[in-house]
Design a protein around this ligand. Structure first.
Ligand SMILES: Nc1ncnc2c1ncn2[C@@H]1O[C@H](COP(=O)(O)OP(=O)(O)OP(=O)(O)O)[C@@H](O)[C@H]1O
Ligand SMILES: [Mg+2]
Length: 300
């Protein structure tokens, strides 16, 4: 590929050979495959010379119905993303209808998942800044009555300065839902169990991202692999019988400022109504950042 160098790749590529789509799109030059999910391939690409990422249904999806559904999913994601505009939400460069291809701006940096694999934890100020940016992005979505429903480290791009939300394929309006949507160990209990799901479910996801960035671990045990537990909330696996909060940072991470630990623990409140809204979370993180700045000035 011309402009996009391997060193700058945002994710671990699946292979270093360029990935080709069977039905090419004019103006789109494809590079390496970044990610293959159950329904889509995401590749590094150039759109008329501009570095981008292209998401397209996997060519090995079998069956007319499955292919149509997967294609519609990609178009839905693109149409929904076009309704929003925020510095911490990935932007659509082009949405090609046939073959359904979503062309997105290339977000700088790497996924938060990879970032935390390399750095394990983020220092408090950086953590609060990430929290504030993602909370404003969620506030922008929630005001438009959209829930992301899959907020997790692999769906956040981060370059050390700005965190950006990607992957809107599960995004939806709030309302009654069957259980099970989202990623286990990251999805809110009410989203896993089913019922009336509100924007508070995304605040739980934000809580998990920040919990991991604060402590280097997830608040809940890994999947036990027990079939009957896969539809139960991961929190049920441990401390939830005795606590109103899924998080325990204030107690477990003594070196984390208590104010910050408390915000994150509240994002992980089991009762969705007890979680701060996106707007409240944004204000809480900003107020923490202002306090830190004021203290630094005092001691200078
Ligand atoms: N705009 C972007 N800029 C840079 N990298 C991106 C971008 N969009 C996606 N990626 C990379 O591709 C990966 C897959 O993207 P995305 O999560 O949207 O696909 P998906 O098929 O819905 O995946 P899954 O269902 O497994 O979460 C991301 O984890 C990230 O590494
Ligand atoms: Mg994803």
């Amino acid at each position: 590929m011309r402009g996009v160098r391997l060193r700058e790749m945002p994710a671990e590529p699946q292979s270093t050979a360029p990935h080709t789509f069977a039905a090419p799109v004019e103006g789109l030059e494809t590079g390496v495959l970044l990610h293959r999910s159950r329904h889509a391939d995401t590749v590094l690409a150039e759109w008329h010379g501009l570095p981008v990422v292209a998401k397209r249904i996997r060519e090995d999806v079998a069956g007319e119905h499955e292919r149509r559904t997967a294609g519609q999913g990609i178009l839905r994601e693109g149409l929904l993303l076009r309704r929003v505009e925020h510095p911490s939400i990935v932007r659509v460069v082009e949405l090609v209808h046939d073959p359904a291809t979503l062309v997105l701006e290339l977000c700088p940096g790497r996924t938060m998942r990879e970032e935390l694999r390399l750095r394990r934890r983020l220092p408090a100020t950086e953590l609060a800044r990430v929290g504030s940016q993602l909370a404003t992005a969620l506030d922008h979505l929630h005001r438009r009555w959209i829930m992301h429903r899959d907020v997790k480290p692999a769906n956040v791009m981060y370059d050390g300065e700005r965190a950006m939300l990607i992957d809107f394929h599960l995004a939806k309006e709030p309302g009654p839902m069957r259980g099970g949507a989202g990623t286990r160990l990251f999805a809110a209990p009410e989203q896993i169990l089913g019922g009336h799901v509100t924007p508070a479910a995304d605040m739980w996801g934000l809580g998990i991202v920040l919990y991991r960035a604060a402590s280097g671990r997830l608040p809940f045990h890994a999947d036990t692999g027990h079939p009957q537990l896969t539809t139960r909330p991961a929190p049920a696996l441990d401390r939830l019988a005795t606590s109103r909060f899924g998080g325990d940072l204030a107690r477990a991470e003594q070196d984390l400022p208590e104010e910050l630990a408390t915000i994150i623990d509240h994002l992980l409140a089991l009762d969705p109504e007890l979680r701060p809204t996106a707007d409240e979370a944004h204000q809480l993180f900003d107020s923490y950042l202002r306090d830190v700045e004021a203290e630094a000035l005092e001691t200078a």
